[in-house]
Design a protein around this ligand. Sequence first.
Ligand SMILES: C[S@@+](CC[C@H](N)C(=O)[O-])C[C@H]1O[C@@H](n2cnc3c(N)ncnc32)[C@H](O)[C@@H]1O
Length: 352
Amino acid sequence: MFPLQYPVNILNNTQKDTIVLDPFCGRGTSIFAARMFGYNAYGIDNNPVAVAISKSKLSAATVEMIMETLNKALDYTGNYDIPQSEFWQWAFEMTVLEQLCKIRAYLHQHDGMTENALRGIILGALHGPKAKQMENNSYLSNQMPRTFSSKPSYSISYWKKHNIKPDKISIAAVVKKRAQRYYNDVIPEVNSNIINGDSRENASYRQLPPMTLIITSPPYYGMRTYYIDQWLRNWFLGGPDVPVNILNNQMDHSSPDDFARNLGMVWKNCARFTTPDARMYVRFGSIPSRKTSARDIFEKSIALSENAWRIIAVSDAGNSSCGKRQAAQMLVGQKRKSEPINEIDVELIKNA
Ligand SMILES: C[S@@+](CC[C@H](N)C(=O)[O-])C[C@H]1O[C@@H](n2cnc3c(N)ncnc32)[C@H](O)[C@@H]1O
């Protein structure tokens, strides 16, 4: 996730009729920034969690609407499943899990602006660190990382070893706190759409108007766990209650050339679906252990897009360490190897 300031700095130098596309929209940072400027904004992502979170950033629901929808979901009387395995008994307090399952089933059957907001709030609150005092909890789970879902076997042994039990958290209190934080301010409503699709395929762009500006951050070369890292949030969206890796729609990370070829397909699509004077801003990185620089892969990807774009500036975005930016909060309750990431910021214009 790049910081909001990155797209904001770009958008500060744009004109009124800007239309923004992020073909790897992730948690919707560039879409949200565009909306702050009153610009129409569109996104594509192939991860349902990213799509749901991006949609929640476009919702104009109010706190009252969100709380009303939550109450309806908690009163849901249809059928719902409650996962039974040991992981679930430790991950959530029993009544919290049952309520979560009701909300999950309700949201599966109802769609709309307010449901999008509630879905995004629950996804954000689903797991994370426990507060010292129960009333300060802003996450619904037992002690867990916030940015990725740890694996069941690891989590269970961690909770058992440290004897950490899940709290009986008030879902309503957590949702209200978050709704007040994110939905109190009036942010302009804009035309927008988030496509759950593969940005390498041109079918993903067909419902979108011509764009004037691309702001994006593709998966970093070597980081291919976006899907399985979110298995618990994917469960909330209707997925399985165990981690399953879905690899068939992932970028090809087998070699820098394969990865560049995949990226090239996206840049070619972006060129096809933008206006002649379009610009593109990309933050990109790679893991140094892969022994290829982000800049080399990126330049190759532009060549492989049949030079649909021309690079006009490249700057070093700093040597953020995974531990600093992408994974700082991951380390709550789980040790992860953190590798430094070489990041670059690239500015491009469309070739005639
Ligand atoms: C580095 S993240 C983007 C982060 C985003 N800038 C933000 O601030 O949240 C890359 C995103 O690309 C998505 N992705 C990977 N391969 C994709 C593909 N082929 N088509 C669409 N999205 C893809 C991943 O699911 C992930 O959400």
